[in-house]
Every structure is written in structure tokens, then in C-alpha cells.
Design a protein around this ligand. Structure first.
Ligand SMILES: C[S@@+](CC[C@H](N)C(=O)[O-])C[C@H]1O[C@@H](n2cnc3c(N)ncnc32)[C@H](O)[C@@H]1O
Length: 465
């Protein structure tokens, strides 16, 4: 560590105090934690929603600093596209040629200046301190010079104006979405009318949603200080905070789960069914969010089988179902089912997908995903849905669910199955009369701007012969 310049004996003389900029300030804990999240995402492909809570726990930041670190980390990750557009005009080489640590620091500083309007001396000085400590003195000079130019350019509105571009580019920049995701949302929404509010809502920090599994919802409301969710009878919404501190969450009687995911799980339970109703399958169950809810709400006598291809995800399901009787957890590929064909009455297929509907909770995913990811996922989804239909008895139901509204992964996949002569589509909206605006044709679609949930898609299919 660099040592402070030594004062002459007898203390500083008047007019000879060291310049404040040469003194070392302690690093700001919230900003350092936010930087460490950005660095984990950049250099180790970490997931911010897993890394951040771990760092907050380890470092014991107080509530205020933890909230600021969260805002900085998530906000910077969400806004990376716009921040890079600003920064690329101010750096004398392509951003990809910068030391990745310097780029993350520039993004962190620029986010504070442009989006949070943190006074420029605080945003610049603290980022320069981080640069000096993490990368070195040379980097701190570059960070200082670039961030001063960012500050001089004004706030987000002024920067968007300066960046220019057509309406499409402006929408992508203003809402922090890559252009191909803007297109996918437009397509799923059926046009322009709701596009901007939908993308804006997808760019906002989400509330925390809890699910009351084995505790009365009123009790969880009381314990958490939240309010009942408007749609799922098990949902509690909180403006923020660390739900891991709640006794109900620690004991597994409640869990963190988006209210839209709760509805997607409940869809399976609401489908009308004739004949036996004793065997349910959750075919892609890891980490066990929907399996946990299904286990809690199933009628007496229903056996729940939950499978996941990834053994470590199957272990997480086992953990989520640890206190439930009459459940079986398998590490199994749904396409090579180890169970007998036609052996289930209800099957949930919560398919692996691009996650374009859950970007609020996984802020870096929008920049990680590419349009090339879609086709291989669609191929897998079609195969899994065929397998789900083979796993259900004649007369039984399959709920097909994705946390993506992308038309190819949703309507496109279901239409392949619905074209078969042994399958019929059951309309979703009548099963959710309490959820206005859920219909997407015969399917269900939730949206952050309409429902305050992730953009979950759901479809219900019956084997008719
Ligand atoms: C959207 S996540 C499921 C989320 C889960 N239902 C929940 O609510 O917590 C999709 C899961 O599918 C699993 N998966 C991917 N391919 C699979 C396959 N061929 N068979 C079974 N599971 C698969 C992934 O490991 C992942 O855990």
C-alpha cells in the first residue's frame, strides 16, 4: 500500500497542508461492494442476484449502505448499454480494449452521474479512489478525466439527446434494453401501444415478492410489514429489504417468489380435470420455487414428482421440499423420462428459456443473451413439451410456462404441440378471473407494467386421446 507523505516534525505549517487530494480516504463500502459485483459479473460470469446478497452478508453493511450498494450494482448492470454509449465517445480507444476493471469503474461512476445525479465531486472522487486502490494510479487518472467529461454532459435526458439516433435506438437507450429485446417485446405485446411503458417497467427495480407456503398469508404480512399481492392468494409484496432475515423465510414456510411465478404454478392446479387426480409432475423443477408451492397447495393424496436435468438443481429442489411428505425428486432429463408414459394427471413444464421476462431480477442477463440463444432453446422446448404430453394420461393436463414473452419460445412452441390431433388448448384467462389483462389469445401473459410481475407466459394443454 502507498504510504502517506510524512509531515515535517511539529505538524503542518500554515499554508503547507498536504493537498486534500493526496490524502487517502477510506474506500466507500457500498461502492466497493457494487464494484465487486460488477467485476464478478464481468470476469467470472457471476449472477448479480446471487453474488450481491452473499457480499452483503459477508461485509455486514448497514441497511442504508446495503440499499445503496444494491441500487448501484443493479442500476449499473441494467444501464450498461447506455453507459457504454456515453463512454465510448469519451475514451480514445474501443471500450473492449480497456482493462475490464477500468471499464466497470467507469460504468459505476457514470451511472452515479447520469442516472442518480450524485454530486460530481462525490461520484468522481470515490470512483477515482477505487480505481487507484484496485487498478493503480495510472488508471485513476483516466477515470478522473473521463468521469469529469461525463459530469459535464449532464443527466440521462441530456446525454440521450446528445447521443441522437432514430426512435428505435432512443427507445433502446432510454429503457436500457438491447434492440433485439425491444423487438421481441413489441412482437409479444402486439404493437407499439404499450411498448414503452412495458420496457420502462422492466427497467425499474422490482419489489420483493414472497410466497406464503406453509404459513398463513396474513401472518406473513404481519411479520414482513408487506402487503398482500393483488392476484395470488399466497403473495406478499414488499418495497425492498432483505427477506432472508424473516423467520418464515429462514424456516422454509415462506420463500422469495415473483407473484407471476406463483400464478404460473397455480395454473396447473386450476385446470379442470375429470377422473383421477393423484400424480403430479414438475418436469423442470430446479431450484424448486414452483415445486415448493405445488407441494404446499396440492390436495391430500396427491404425490408430487419433481425432476431436473442438473443434479445440483435437483439438490436445490430436495432442499426446497425437505419438509414435504409424498414427494419424489429426480435428477433426470425430461426428454428421456425415467417414468412411465401416461403416468401423471398433471404436468408442469416450466421450460428453460431466455429469461427475457425476468430481466428486472437478473439485471445483467439482457446484455448476456443474444438472438442466437433463441433457436436452440426453442428446439429443446419443443422436445420437452412433446415429452410432457407423453408423460400425462389421456384427459390429463400440461401447463407450459416460460419466464419469457418471446413469441418463438411461447406461442410458437405451443402451436407445434397444439397442431397434434391428440391435444387441445384450454383457455387460460377464464381460470384467472381476478387477473385483468392476462389473456394473450387462449394463452396467459403477465407483464411488469400491467401486473407488477415478471413477464411470465403460460399455456394449458389437454391430452384428448
Ligand atoms: C425455468 S427453470 C425452472 C424453474 C423452476 N420451475 C422454479 O420455479 O424454481 C428451468 C430448469 O430446467 C432445467 N432443465 C433444462 N433442461 C432440462 C431437461 N432436458 N430436462 C429437465 N430439466 C431441464 C434447468 O436445469 C432449470 O433448472
Amino acid at each position: 500500500m502507498t504510504r502517506l507523505p510524512q509531515r515535517p516534525a511539529g505538524g503542518p505549517r500554515r499554508g503547507k497542508r498536504p493537498h486534500p487530494a493526496t490524502r487517502r480516504r477510506p474506500l466507500d463500502g457500498a461502492r466497493l461492494t457494487a464494484y465487486d459485483v460488477l467485476d464478478g459479473v464481468t470476469s467470472r460470469d457471476a449472477y448479480a442476484n446471487l453474488l450481491l446478497p452473499q457480499l452483503l452478508r459477508e461485509r455486514g453493511l448497514d441497511t442504508r449502505d446495503a440499499a445503496f450498494a444494491t441500487q448501484l450494482a443493479y442500476g449499473t448492470l441494467r444501464a450498461a448499454g447506455t453507459l457504454d454509449a456515453v463512454l465510448s465517445g469519451l475514451v480514445d480507444r474501443p471500450l473492449g480494449e480497456l482493462d475490464p476493471r477500468v471499464l466497470d469503474l467507469l460504468r459505476l461512476g457514470a451511472y452515479q452521474l447520469i442516472d442518480l445525479r450524485v454530486p460530481s465531486h462525490a461520484a468522481v472522487d470515490t470512483t477515482v479512489d477505487l480505481a487507484r486502490a484496485i487498478v493503480g494510479t495510472g488508471a485513476s487518472g483516466l477515470v478522473n478525466a473521463v468521469l469529469r467529461k461525463v459530469a459535464a454532459g449532464g443527466d440521462r435526458m441530456q446525454w440521450l439527446h446528445a447521443l441522437g439516433g432514430d426512435r428505435e435506438q432512443q427507445l433502446a437507450l432510454a429503457t436500457d434494453h438491447p434492440a433485439w429485446i425491444v423487438d421481441a417485446w413489441r412482437d409479444a405485446l402486439g404493437g407499439e401501444e404499450e411498448l414503452e411503458p412495458a420496457l420502462m417497467a422492466d427497467d425499474a427495480a422490482p419489489e420483493v415478492h414472497l410466497v406464503a407456503r406453509r404459513v398463513a398469508r396474513a401472518e406473513l404480512v404481519e411479520e414482513s410489514g408487506g402487503s398482500p399481492g393483488p392476484y395470488s392468494p399466497f403473495a406478499v409484496r414488499l418495497p425492498g429489504g432483505d427477506p432472508g432475515r424473516l423467520a418464515s423465510v429462514r424456516s422454509g414456510r415462506a420463500a422469495v417468489q415473483d407473484e407471476g411465478s406463483q400464478l404460473a404454478g397455480l395454473l396447473l392446479t386450476r385446470a379442470p380435470l375429470e377422473g383421477p387426480d393423484a400424480a403430479w409432475l414438475d418436469m423442470c423443477a430446479g431450484p424448486g420455487g414452483k415445486a415448493g408451492l405445488l407441494a404446499a397447495v396440492r390436495p391430500e393424496g396427491v404425490r408430487l414428482t419433481a425432476a431436473d436435468r442438473a443434479p445440483h438443481r435437483a439438490d436445490l429442489v430436495r432442499q426446497a421440499l425437505r419438509d414435504e411428505a409424498d414427494v419424489e425428486v429426480l435428477a433426470a432429463d425430461g426428454r428421456e423420462a425415467p417414468w412411465q408414459a401416461g403416468s401423471f394427471d398433471r404436468v408442469l413444464l416450466d421450460a428453460p428459456c431466455t429469461g427475457l421476462g425476468a430481466l428486472r431480477r437478473r439485471p445483467e442477463v439482457r446484455w448476456r443473451r443474444t438472438p442466437e440463444d433463441v433457436a436452440p432453446l426453442v428446439e429443446l422446448q419443443v422436445e420437452l413439451l412433446a415429452s410432457a404430453l407423453a408423460s400425462v394420461r389421456v384427459g390429463g393436463v400440461v401447463a407450459y410456462v416460460t419466464c419469457s414473452p418471446h413469441t418463438e419460445e411461447t406461442v410458437g412452441v405451443v402451436e407445434v404441440a397444439a397442431a397434434r390431433d391428440d391435444v387441445e388448448v384450454l383457455p387460460v384467462a377464464p381460470l384467472f378471473p381476478e387477473v385483468p389483462g392476462i389473456a394473450r389469445g387462449d394463452y396467459g401473459q403477465l407483464w411488469p407494467h400491467r401486473h407488477g410481475t415478471d413477464a411470465m407466459f403460460m399455456a394449458l394443454l389437454r391430452r384428448i386421446r
